[in-house]
Design a protein around this ligand. Structure first.
Ligand code: HEM
Length: 464
């Protein structure tokens, strides 16, 4: 009944062999050890699970057993292991999740939802930025990061046409970038907590970046709370603050106000790099696939014409939606999702799995499964369409970039809206091209907080 797996070395376990792209290393190990195999991560026993059926059996069928988060050292410092994303599983988490989900849903569905207007404005600015390069090659990633950050900041703290000149916004973007760079590399203290005594600077530098991020989020939240009106739809802080007041007035709910307010940190960190990395991959795939880009543009031209793209256009844009889904499938920006942990002794595929085991679901094994997709390494939006040109529901259901089960992405709904508006808006306004002198692009990703593309250049021209 022992779970098979490669042997590591003392103290470090298998960590030194994870390589730059652990999800790809795990694909190789799966060939030898199967859909459930063990790897020692420093002081933590871990299992890697692969294939849609196995991942579903763990995260959905035995959902409660596999919905914990590991006691990684830095996670225990975030709100005393009571944060929504990294906190332990239990009643507190379930309540937090319900609240977070309701607030996001109410905001996204409100008739006064300002998302469309915000993205429209940001797409206009982004294309203006692109135009400044006058057809010469440039790397669009930092402009995309800034635009996505601007929308996220306004969703959280309120619509502001002058947001880019706002000092607090600039701080927010800077510190979010640092947080991503810092945590992306992974902190060895997480899996070898004793290292903090040997290399205390590893801990101090994490605490410094975290402190800066928390300070920016808290200061912005406080400012909005001070001008709170019971209108609930101004921005996410209003929604969160309203529930925090309810929770404080009703101790029987079993939550404290800070459990609710801390969710602003979850939303801002989870919704920034994921979306900007996805859009960056999208622009790269469009530059590399001009015929597909042309088809997207033609569909937008026919259905939307010259007005701005709105969410209500989505059902009439199957090719555009298929292309976005294909970008998210092939780029798979969070291939190992966020590490899970078992909440009790349990079983998976006949193996006993002990309580507290780290669980790494390798979603790359699903997004790149030959049995599901046939040619998973080919960029081909048509795979999501039926013969009638409409979306193929069965294929769309195979798409798993937002994970599964109780802890699946909380922001999926909002993320899908935002990625659609950004992507369709950019392609409607700008033609993206590969620089002529460039032979081709690399599609190798580099694993970090998200899997990013290698730096790349495009040329862009406004459509007339
Ligand atoms: C393209 C964009 C996005 C992708 C691909 C993505 C994907 C994911 C994945 C794979 C997870 C891990 C789930 C698990 O543990 O199994 C996750 C968690 C999470 N995501 Fe997203 N996400 C995106 C955007 C967003 C946005 C915009 C928000 C917030 C507005 C958000 C909020 C969260 C939160 C709070 C969690 C933790 C959920 C929990 O532990 O219960 N995400 N996301």
């Amino acid at each position: 009944n022992d779970i098979p797996g490669p042997r590591g070395i003392p103290i470090f376990g298998y960590l030194p062999y994870f390589g730059k792209n652990p999800h790809l290393t795990f694909m190789e190990l799966r060939k030898k050890y199967g859909d459930v195999f063990s790897v020692q991560m420093g002081s933590f026993p871990a299992i890697v699970i692969s294939g849609k059926d196995t991942i579903k059996e763990a995260l959905v069928t035995s959902g409660d057993d596999f919905s914990g988060r590991p006691d990684f050292y830095t996670a225990t410092l975030l709100d005393d292991a009571e944060s929504l994303t990294f906190g332990t599983f239990g009643n507190r988490y379930i309540q937090q999740r319900k609240i977070g989900s309701n607030v996001l849903y109410a905001f996204s569905n409100a008739r006064t939802n300002p998302l469309e207007d915000m993205v429209e404005e940001e797409v206009r600015r982004l294309c203006e930025e692109f135009e400044k390069h006058e057809g010469e090659p440039f790397d669009p990633s930092s402009a995309i990061f800034l635009s996505v950050g601007s929308v996220l900041y306004q969703i959280c703290y309120g619509q502001n046409e002058e947001v880019r000149n706002d000092e607090k916004f600039c701080q927010f973007v800077e510190v979010s970038g640092d947080f991503s760079k810092f945590t992306g590399a992974g902190n060895p203290i997480d899996v070898m907590p004793w290292l903090r005594f040997v290399m205390p600077w590893k801990l101090f530098s994490f605490l410094r970046v975290l402190g800066r991020l928390e300070k920016v989020i808290k200061a912005n939240t406080k400012e909005q709370v001070e001008s709170y009106s019971d209108d609930y739809r101004r921005h996410l802080v209003d929604g969160i603050h309203k529930v925090a007041l309810e929770v404080e007035a009703n101790p029987e709910i079993g939550l404290k106000g800070h459990h609710v307010r801390s969710m602003m940190g979850d939303i801002t960190t989870a919704g920034f790099e994921t979306i900007s990395t996805t859009i960056s991959w999208g622009i790269l795939y469009m530059a590399a696939n001009p015929k597909i880009q042309k088809k997207v543009y033609k569909e937008l031209e026919q259905v939307v014409g010259s007005r701005c793209v709105r969410l209500e256009d989505k059902p009439n844009l199957p090719y555009t939606v298929a292309t976005i889904t294909e970008i998210m499938r092939i780029a798979n920006v969070l291939p190992l999702a966020v590490p899970r942990a078992t909440t009790k002794d349990t079983q998976l595929k006949g193996f006993k799995v002990r309580k507290g085991t780290v669980v790494l679901p390798n979603f790359y094994s699903v997004t790149h499964d030959e049995k599901i997709w046939g040619d998973p390494h080919v960029f081909r939006p048509e795979r999501f369409l039926g013969r009638d040109g409409q979306l193929n529901k069965d294929k769309m259901d195979q798409f798993t970039a937002f994970s599964m089960g109780r802890r699946k992405c909380l922001g999926e709904f909002l993320a899908r809206m935002e990625v659609f508006l950004f992507f369709a808006g950019i392609i409607q306004k700008c033609e993206i091209k590969k620089p002529e002198e460039l032979e081709g692009y690399s599609f190798k990703g580099s694993f970090g907080l998200t899997v990013k593309s290698e730096p790349y250049d495009i040329c862009a021209a406004l459509r007339t």
